[in-house]
Design a protein around this ligand. Structure first.
Ligand code: ADP
Length: 298
């Protein structure tokens, strides 16, 4: 990726922000803004992996995102919550330039990826290159009609990896990382289409992890799954923070409360409130957030 033309800027600190506040100031930490949940989650302040600055997004004349500012913490889970149609998926899709596939769309502002200091929505960045670095998992599992092995090896082959032994190593590592190896390690050459829905979704996570993405985007990854498969994916996402930065869209607030370190509440294309999950769910600063998390609308 071409980083040459980008001025070096400092990442923001991970403090709570609202729609009109710019991220700045305090680092979160034990005893920072409150609850024991936060204290247990925050033993050391995380670094910022990406910073969203004044991001607006347009579908033609429709401004679906309005001037969003959020720091994305490195190797933490950041959840986006809010009622249907508030722009969560639109926001997520800016990170891997999915919108470029649709004519008449436009970005304003920036998403700076650190430490490379590149603007993911910058005009001079190749969207295909961005998609190689930012993994994505969708609402409905979408394995290729190929073997389990070939699904996971797909991105590695695209990047030119041909040595069978190396591919096998990487595939195993990705399947272990997605908590699927124990279930499929002895049938890698069977069709991925024969897996259960939950297994397919973990396979898609393994496929995304295989190429070691810098950020993993998850767009309601459990909404098509039963409660047991959902619990497995939630547990998996909680462990993934050891290896990758996760950005997840969910309309399930309990899920966001369970698995996220940071939570952003969006409404009508605006960021209403952002902060440590423990605080957002126990002591929201904005009435709109409180109304949403207590089920008054949405
Ligand atoms: P959410 O993920 O919170 O449900 P979306 O990001 O899907 O919200 O939608 C935000 C707004 O953008 C809505 O008004 C929706 O109608 C519009 N929108 C979403 N996807 C498209 C698209 N592909 N083309 C045009 N408008 C879209």
């Amino acid at each position: 990726m071409n980083a040459v033309s980008h001025a070096v800027t400092e990442p923001a600190r991970l403090s709570d922000t609202g729609p009109t506040q710019r991220p700045s100031g305090r680092q979160p930490g034990p005893g920072g803004s409150g609850s024991s949940v936060e204290a247990s989650r925050e033993t050391r302040p995380p670094k910022v992996r990406a910073e969203v600055r004044n991001l607006s997004f347009y579908y033609g004349q429709n401004r679906a995102l309005k001037d969003i500012n959020i720091p994305i913490a490195d190797r933490q889970v950041t959840a986006l919550i809010g009622p249907s149609g508030c722009g969560k998926s639109t926001f997520l899709r800016c990170f891997n330039r999915m919108h470029d596939l649709q004519v008449g769309t436009r970005y304003e502002g920036s998403i700076t990826l650190y430490p490379e200091n590149v603007d993911l929505v910058g005009r001079d960045i190749d969207p295909i290159e961005v998609r190689m670095r930012i993994g994505m998992v969708f609402q409905k599992a979408n394995p290729f009609p190929k073997s389990i092995f070939e699904n996971v090896a797909y991105g590695l082959r695209l990047r030119g990896m041909t040595r069978r032994s190396l591919l096998a190593e990487e595939v195993e590592q990705a399947l272990r990382g997605a908590a699927l190896w124990e279930e499929v390690g002895d049938r890698l050459h069977e069709s991925a289409m024969a897996l259960s829905g939950g297994q397919m979704q973990r396979l898609c996570i393994a496929r995304a992890l295989a190429t070691k993405p810098e950020i993993l985007l998850c767009d309601e990854p459990t909404s098509a799954l039963d409660p047991i498969a959902t619990a497995k994916i939630e547990e998996l996402i909680s462990t993934l923070r050891a290896q990758v930065t996760v950005l997840i869209v969910t309309h399930n607030m309990q899920q966001a409360a369970r698995i996220s370190d940071y939570t952003a509440f969006m409404y009508l294309g605006e960021l209403i409130e952002f902060g440590q999950a423990g605080r957002i769910f126990t002591n929201p600063a904005k009435k709109a957030t409180e109304d949403y998390i207590t089920g008054r609308y949405g």
